[in-house]
Design a protein around this ligand. Structure first.
Ligand SMILES: Cc1ncc(COP(=O)(O)O)c(C=O)c1O
Length: 363
């Protein structure tokens, strides 16, 4: 008898991430990597110091249930959430995978809104579930709340939203989220991906926190890969109501996070200075980039995150290749549901100058 592979597992990978410098064939060159929304200032110095201090304890297992990490998160959220409401994992992506495994199977559905982060579509597919796209609408990529509510049926388990959104950089105003949360039936959970929240400053921006505190069926996704500058360590967390968090804990592998990643994450949570320097840089540099893109007449969307979506006049694959030959890595957004667009991470001023200079040269 042949092996019994699940047919839906033989599809494409759940998510194809951005290339590393080595994969792009530029590991040994001077290159500005503006393709993965990393922090170009580097990593939280407090996290780096904690790593050095703990490097000699690798013979010991960490806490099997990340107790110290979850208590540090409780403190970080000023006691608005308790330690048992946090699900600590290997990254935002690992959280998304864990949540889809917890709620989805063959015959169930989830809803997401393109342009969107790929795993919302990829992971459900790997479980044999159906993902329904209710695209963002209008020139500012707003949520089609009525469309989402109309698409919900008894098979629906999850609705994904991202705020600020990747790859558009735009945000969803509080009024839209209020309307969506109010309209969701009790059997549906909202996944609120807020991995770029540190960068958002719009007055009508809201995090997932008030909804979770109010006991709504909401799970917030967070990551240490972005503002904290720890993408290489693979660490993240989600938070939700005690009931949902307890359910998710049942799927979490014990000892999932290695002790160095956990030590660094705990230290990073206290590094307000580094977060402030990071956010200040992004605010300052986005003004510079807007002004330069305006001068060049390149279409772009105003951002609430650490990247900008632009629409060059040349084909996206040609644009990416020409940029690479000028020493700049950028990300095409077609696989995120934004065809003919390019996502550019906001870097240091030096990196942004290089990006603008390359842009002038290639277009
Ligand atoms: C919207 C969004 N969610 C989650 C993640 C996951 O980040 P990580 O898996 O590095 O924690 C990313 C990373 O690009 C993202 O853009």
């Amino acid at each position: 008898m042949p092996l019994k592979f699940k047919s839906f597992l033989q599809a494409k990978p759940a998510y194809k991430g951005g290339k590393s410098k080595a994969q792009a064939g530029v590991a040994s060159k001077k290159i500005y990597k503006l393709s993965s929304n990393e922090n170009l200032l580097g990593s939280s110095p407090k996290a780096l110091a904690a790593l050095q201090k703990n490097i000699n304890n690798l013979n010991e297992y960490p806490d099997y249930n990340d107790q110290a990490f979850r208590l540090a998160l409780e403190k970080f959220y000023d006691g608005q959430l308790t330690a048992n409401q946090f699900i600590t994992t290997n990254s935002g992506t690992a959280n998304i995978e864990l949540i889809t495994r917890a709620f989805l199977e063959e015959g169930t559905e989830c809803i997401y809104s393109n342009p969107a982060f790929g795993p919302y579509r990829g992971f459900p597919k790997k479980l044999g579930a159906t993902s329904i796209d209710i695209p963002l609408i209008g020139p500012d990529f707003q949520l089609d709340v009525k469309g989402i509510l109309n698409a919900i049926n008894e098979k629906t388990r999850l609705v994904f939203i991202t705020n600020p959104n990747n790859p558009t950089g735009t945000h969803l105003p509080k009024a839209q989220i209020d309307e969506l949360v109010a309209g969701l039936p009790d059997h549906v959970v909202m996944i609120y991906d807020e991995v770029y929240y540190q960068y958002a400053d719009a007055p009508d921006y809201v995090r997932a926190l008030p909804y979770v505190v109010a006991g709504k069926n909401v799970i917030a996704i967070n990551s240490f890969s972005k503002a904290y500058g720890l993408a290489g360590l693979r660490v993240g967390y989600s938070y939700s109501t005690p009931e949902i968090a307890q359910y998710l804990q049942t799927l979490r592998r014990p000892f999932m996070i290695n002790s160095l990643s956990m030590t660094a994450a705990i230290a990073a949570l206290e590094d307000d200075e580094f977060i402030k320097a990071t956010v200040d840089l992004i605010q300052q540099e986005k003004s510079y980039l807007y002004a330069e893109l305006d001068k060049l007449g390149v279409k772009y969307w105003k951002t609430q995150a650490n990247f900008i979506l632009i629409q060059p006049t040349i084909a996206d694959d040609v644009f990416v290749e020409r940029m690479l030959s000028e020493g700049i890595m950028v990300r095409p957004s077609a696989s995120f549901g934004a065809p003919n667009c390019i996502r550019v991470t906001i870097g240091t001023h030096e990196a942004n100058l290089a990006f603008i200079s390359a842009l002038k040269k290639i277009t």
